[in-house]
Ligand binder design. Sequence first.
Ligand code: GRF
Length: 203
Amino acid sequence: MEKRKARIAVLVSGGGTNLQAILDAQASGIIMSGEVTLVVSDRAGAYALTRAEKAGVRGIEINKKACGGQAAFEEKLAAALEENRTDVIVLAGFLSILSENFTSRYPRRIINIHPSLIPSFCGASYYGLKVHAAALARGVKVTGATVHFVNEIPDGGEIIAQKAVEIQPEDTPEVLQRRVMEQAEWIILPQSVEKVCAEITKV
Ligand code: GRF
């Protein structure tokens, strides 16, 4: 009997290159134990929604301001996830904070990609280019990416996977961000999604 696939919802805010890596991994068979069935953006016009549409995946926008605050935003998000019968939630370039009230509903079911080797350069104020600027400012020779379970502590959950990336002498934050995406994020996120989905659906 064919093993059921875990239903994956991907939460996004921007360009969606990590979403694309997951969609490509599903198409190539790297992700076999799950399928992306919903993409939710917390802001209008995110190119990630275009990527979802091109892949034939349902994409919706849930805007915190329009909802009228954090609690209403989380209620609407939870309702959309419920309707989608979601098994795994992937935060892929997702910039909204999720409260403990929300994350506690999904223990070991929410995973996040962070563009550094946690515990370095992580926590509430570290996201996007700021992470790479901090690594360059500190003068570290190696950085990378981390996939971890999400709990109430920003970037504080159990680590699932990490991959290191060399820093080059002339790196700018933009150049380093691109290298970390290409050589680490887009590799370990799909691998981690498959690992978690396989765990959830094992018979
Ligand atoms: C990247 O810096 C990634 O490390 C972080 O969010 C940013 C944009 O990701 N998770 P994406 O291209 O929207 O997936």
